[in-house]
Design a protein around this ligand. Structure first.
Ligand SMILES: Cc1cc2nc3c(=O)[nH]c(=O)nc-3n(C[C@H](O)[C@H](O)[C@H](O)COP(=O)(O)OP(=O)(O)OC[C@H]3O[C@@H](n4cnc5c(N)ncnc54)[C@H](O)[C@@H]3O)c2cc1C
Length: 399
């Protein structure tokens, strides 16, 4: 194994992680003509196309990706979804919100359903062809520190190497090594239940008449989400605290839960299941000297509302523009980065996604009825509906 630890003078900006957030940050920097080095731990970015992670792109995110020249291809790999529903498990439709109400305010008055890996693939190919961009795969950052005002990161593996840069955007995901090395606190909580995501080949819209592409279904015992991606239908179920993971993901258990949702005489064709812990955490500071934390490295939330990846992409655009301004000699924007993005993570993303979780499972019939009445009133009034959609689609908090 090589022990070459000679200092490598990297381009002006290092991005750690080539997930959707790091990819966006790198595109924004490269498009502005800045040299970028992207350090990605995985040696290959060929991921399971059925991997169930984020799959919803909100209107302001689509605008940002369009500005970066990748929205067209993402649309070709996506599904335009104009409305979404709140439903009750037994009473059916409660309220439907139509994003067309945002026409005039955004060029993208809809959600685009497309797996996050599509964005990574498109951005990766685009970045690889851009001048001044170096993508280093198999480069896992193991340590990060500030030295003489510069950011220093060290990658491990076969050929350990040190990289120095005036700025690093750390988008290395939930377990961020950069965040840990810098000693940032990551306070918050873990939800008692785990989330089970089941992807099926069957057309749920035929089995559950009247649903649209995204549906939040409340129930005091077993709330759920049904959403369509270009490849499949997905159902998200809660798995109670303490339940056995092997049992929760066993084909017979999954089939039983699906059949209870809607009977399918031939049995469901399940193509993928994943079970994971869900958190609400926000780092105490998104900036540590020349390091800016972005995306899951900076904040985690539950997926109810599809705000995690979207707010991460908004972080990436803000971080890149902040760094570009600082490189041009104007530090004001970078100084406000943490305050701005932490504010969105705490006041919008954490608050909205937690409220969605609570509203899906009210135990008291009275609370359930009040929540349903509020949704019906909001959806029926054009002004209230528009105001609601501006917040839930993140237009009100765009970077
Ligand atoms: C199982 C699961 C299901 C999810 N479902 C949903 C959902 O339904 N809806 C939703 O909105 N969100 C969902 N999320 C969250 C969503 O996937 C994230 O918000 C989103 O991926 C954040 O993007 P990111 O680029 O910040 O991080 P990531 O996508 O995690 O990307 C981080 C990148 O950094 C790389 N990396 C990690 N460590 C290092 C290192 N030390 N050095 C170099 N590179 C490193 C990783 O290999 C990866 O490529 C889910 C997450 C999980 C785990």
């Amino acid at each position: 194994m090589s022990t070459d630890t000679s200092t490598h003078r990297a381009g002006p900006v290092v991005v750690v992680g080539l997930g959707p957030v790091g990819a966006t940050a790198a595109l924004a920097l490269a498009q502005a003509g800045t040299e970028v080095v992207v350090l990605e731990a995985d040696a290959s970015l060929d991921r399971d196309p059925d991997e169930s992670r984020a799959s919803t792109f909100h209107p302001p995110t689509l605008q940002m990706l369009d500005d970066l020249g990748v929205a067209g291809e993402l649309h070709r790999r996506g599904l335009v979804s104009r409305s979404y529903q709140y439903r009750d498990r037994y009473e059916g439709l409660v309220a439907e919100f139509d994003l067309s109400a945002l026409e005039g305010e955004t060029a993208f008055p809809y959600r685009l359903q497309s797996e996050q890996q599509n964005l990574v693939d498109i951005a990766h190919r685009r970045l690889a062809a851009m001048p001044g961009v170096e993508i280093v795969l198999g480069a896992r950052v193991e340590s990060a520190r500030v030295e003489d005002g510069l950011a220093v990161v060290r990658t491990g593996g076969e050929r350990p190497r040190e990289w120095r840069a005036p700025w690093v955007i750390a988008a290395d995901g939930a377990g961020s090594a950069v965040r840990k090395c810098l000693g940032a606190d990551f306070p918050g909580m873990t939800y008692p239940e785990r989330f089970l995501i089941v992807s099926v080949d069957d057309d749920l819209s035929e089995l559950v008449p009247g649903i649209c592409e995204v549906n939040y279904v409340s129930d005091p015992e077993e709330w759920l989400v049904m959403l369509r991606t270009p490849r499949h239908w997905r159902v998200l179920f809660p798995v109670p605290d303490g339940a056995d993971a092997a049992d929760a993901t066993a084909p017979a258990t999954v089939q039983k839960r699906l059949q209870a949702l809607a009977a399918h005489p031939d049995g469901y064709t399940v193509v993928h299941t994943s079970l994971y812990h869900v958190h609400q955490r926000v780092a105490d500071d998104f900036r540590h000297g020349p390091f800016l934390l972005a995306g899951d490295a900076a904040h985690l939330n539950n997926p109810l509302g599809g705000m995690g990846m979207n707010s991460g992409i908004h972080d990436a655009v803000d971080a890149a523009h902040s760094v570009l301004a600082a490189l041009d000699g104007d530090p004001e924007r970078v100084e406000g980065y943490s305050g701005r993005r932490r504010g969105v993570a705490l006041d919008l993303v954490r608050a909205a996604t937690h409220r969605n979780w609570e509203n899906l499972q009210h135990k008291s019939a009275d609370q359930r009825r009040r929540n349903h009445e509020k949704l019906v009133r909001t959806a029926a009034d054009p002004e209230s509906s528009r105001a609601y959609l501006r917040v839930s689609s993140m237009l009100a908090s765009r970077a």
